[in-house]
Ligand binder design. Structure first.
Ligand SMILES: Cc1cc2nc3c(=O)[nH]c(=O)nc-3n(C[C@H](O)[C@H](O)[C@H](O)COP(=O)(O)OP(=O)(O)OC[C@H]3O[C@@H](n4cnc5c(N)ncnc54)[C@H](O)[C@@H]3O)c2cc1C
Length: 329
């Protein structure tokens, strides 16, 4: 079964790698988009990527953060936090997509880029993010990430090497958010213009499968950047998507496998919405925080309703393969 993969991100690369390893002919169309300026891979995400790509030393000599400073809803804390910092370009260079072989008929397409053939993106909240490069005033902050809730949104600062950092602002323009900041504003000087706004509310594309396609990565579900788990989530989706496609190629029940994929991703989104709702309940008490929290909870109820209409999961992952789940008598 020949598989075409659309996408330039980590979801597309993980699918290509896993399906090529499973012996399927794969072609990749690296759909162009603006690169993500910076990604922090927490240690669990890094371990997952190393494992999947069989590269145990991946990013071992990249700059690391070792702690996170938090000021959220009036509570402050410094917590240990391990992870590496890299640009998306560095991630892509380290995980090359296999050489394309687009000739011949395609039996199945994985859309790991926007423009999925059918369906609608459901968005749970109304907020955008902007990123801007900043100078760090204190060299000691080169190994720490900072996150802070303010009246109309939140700020997230990660170091970027050479005394610089990337500042992410969610909910309002960065200058306005910095005006209410006690943790981050005193430690940074602006150097670059803010990026164009990009979506920061959780989102779910439905349907995310068709008879001969599925959506994967951010094209299927997008996480709130608050969770810092977007890259790992895209890899987890790629593992499941690749297992579904490999099982179809082996003659498995196509409709049941695709339905399983969609159910698992709706369940993932449902968990994510509840996790986010707790953070937005704690972050502030103003209208902006209440509105975001309520939209997340409404999305959580909606996902609960969707799952209630879907069959019990019939498969489970055994390593990288999907196997039938034993049915309770
Ligand atoms: C500024 C920023 C900082 C981030 N920081 C982290 C982090 O620290 N840790 C982490 O795990 N994840 C982070 N993420 C999320 C992470 O980059 C994505 O979850 C991951 O790259 C998705 O991989 P994918 O293969 O699904 O990519 P894709 O589907 O190719 O998407 C990659 C990114 O590009 C965006 N995108 C896709 N298509 C378009 C389009 N047409 N127009 C505009 N944007 C588009 C997506 O929303 C996504 O953020 C960050 C994202 C951004 C934008």
């Amino acid at each position: 079964m020949a598989v075409a993969i659309r996408g330039a991100g980590i979801a597309a690369r993980a699918c290509a790698h896993l399906l090529a390893n499973a012996g399927l002919p794969v072609s990749v169309d690296p759909v162009a988009r603006a690169p993500v300026p910076t990604i922090m891979l927490g240690d669990p995400a890094l371990a997952l990527i190393r494992d999947i790509f069989g590269q145990p030393g991946l990013f071992a000599d990249f700059p690391r953060v070792s702690r996170r400073l938090v000021d959220w809803g009036g509570r402050t804390a410094t917590v240990p936090h391990g992870g590496v910092l890299l640009s998306e370009g560095q991630l892509q260079a380290a995980l090359p997509a296999p050489a394309s072989s687009p000739e011949g008929a395609v039996d199945f397409t994985i859309h790991a880029a926007s423009s999925v053939p059918a369906g609608t993106m459901h968005v749970f909240g109304d907020r955008h993010a902007m990123a801007a490069r900043v100078m760090l005033r204190d060299p000691a902050s080169a190994r720490e990430a900072r996150i802070e809730a303010v009246a109309d949104g939140w700020l997230y600062l990660v170091p970027a090497g050479e005394g610089q950092g990337w500042l992410l602002g969610v909910g309002a323009p960065i200058d306005g958010l910095l005006g209410g900041s006690a943790l981050i504003a005193p430690g940074v000087d602006a150097v670059g213009a803010a990026s164009t706004p990009f979506p920061a509310a959780p989102r779910l594309h439905l349907p995310m499968t068709g008879a001969d396609w599925l959506a994967c990565g951010t094209a299927a579900i997008g996480f709130d950047p608050l969770c810092g788990d977007g890259a790992a989530q895209s890899v987890r989706e790629a593992i499941l998507a690749s297992a579904v496609v490999a099982a179809i190629a082996e003659g498995g029940d196509r409709a049941a496998l695709l339905s399983h994929y969609q159910s698992m991703l709706i369940a993932t989104m449902r968990r994510h919405l509840l996790l986010c709702a707790q953070f937005y309940a704690d972050g502030g008490s103003g209208d902006w925080w209440r509105g975001q929290h309520d939209a997340l909870m409404e999305g959580h109820r909606w996902c609960t309703g969707l799952l209630a209409m879907l069959p019990e999961p019939r498969f489970l992952l055994d390593g990288l393969r999907l196997v039938p789940r034993p049915v309770a008598a």
